[in-house]
Design a protein around this ligand. Structure first.
Ligand code: ADP
Length: 264
């Protein structure tokens, strides 16, 4: 029953948000309709000066509406993943420069890989990149006074017991990508909610509350999982587990040009 209540409260929050978006969208449409009305009346009465102002107003409103729907689509579209065997360690190393630039001066960036030769993970590299960047931004926000951001990768084995608790995850070999910080940490009550869409503790305008729910959705869709270990005042480590790509001989050409063609 408690779960049902929680679910209902979540739906209520989503309802409020949807209402807010519908309201904003409606305001934009009202702006467009209003500008077109004025244009029509002006044209009918032959007052052709200064029409551009109203055309611009209509166009600006339409562009804002298009921007809003694009953002909504980007969020709601659980776009089909383009999963391929990916060298995850190479990928995290390739993000090093970008992360250094994104973090503040007082944050040290460190990349650790347990072994230079990890097997590839079966994952959509672009989605993994954006997940890591999301996590790194959370880490930065958790370290206002500076600290250390560490990206790591290692191969781990998930056993039957772990997988029984995580439907959709099969026992076997996984690549674990870790994003950890030495920041403020997350208390137990908050930790229960961090994956909920729109849950945020950040000031209005700074947090969307969508970062971790997107990371969660991405991991699930990749047949993997996300874990968070956190200690208040010590820091947080988010771990994404991605299945190792067990390449069958007939899958080997997946990285060849034949499959890549048409990518643009
Ligand atoms: P947002 O970052 O927009 O708030 P997220 O879904 O990414 O949305 O995160 C939800 C909440 O989880 C954050 O508002 C914050 O309270 C908490 N959180 C996430 N990552 C960390 C972290 N590394 N350290 C401390 N708190 C975190």
């Amino acid at each position: 029953a408690e779960e049902a209540l929680r679910q209902a409260q979540k739906m209520e929050a989503v309802g409020q948000l949807t209402g807010g978006i519908a309201h904003d969208f409606n305001n934009m449409l009202t702006g467009i309709i209003g500008a077109i009305d004025i244009l029509k009346r002006r044209i009918a009465s032959g007052r052709l000066d200064d029409l551009e102002r109203f055309m611009d107003a209509a166009s600006t409103s339409a562009q804002r509406a298009a921007g809003l729907t694009a953002r909504l689509l980007a969020f709601s579209r659980r776009q089909s993943l383009d999963s391929r065997p990916t060298d995850v360690c190479k990928l995290i190393h390739s993000l090093e420069d970008l992360l250094r630039r994104t973090m503040s001066e007082s944050i040290e960036v460190e990349i650790l890989s347990s072994s230079p030769t990890l097997p590839p993970a079966l994952v959509d590299a672009n989605q993994l990149e954006s997940a890591i960047i999301n996590l790194a931004i959370n880490a930065r926000d958790a370290m206002p006074d500076g600290g250390r951001l560490t990206l790591s990768c290692e191969e781990v084995e998930l056993d039957e017991e772990c997988c029984a608790r995580n439907p959709g995850v099969a026992p076997g070999r996984y690549i674990m990508v870790g994003v950890s910080d030495t920041g403020v940490g997350i208390d137990g009550d908050t930790l229960d909610k961090v994956f909920d869409p729109f849950f945020t503790t950040k000031p209005i305008g700074q947090g969307t509350g969508l970062g971790l729910s997107m990371v969660y959705g991405f991991a699930k869709q990749s047949n993997g999982l996300v874990r968070i270990d956190s200690q208040v005042g010590e820091g947080t480590m988010v771990k994404i587990f991605l299945p190792v790509a067990d390449m069958q001989p007939h899958e080997a050409p997946a990285e060849s040009a034949a499959i890549h063609h048409g990518d643009g």
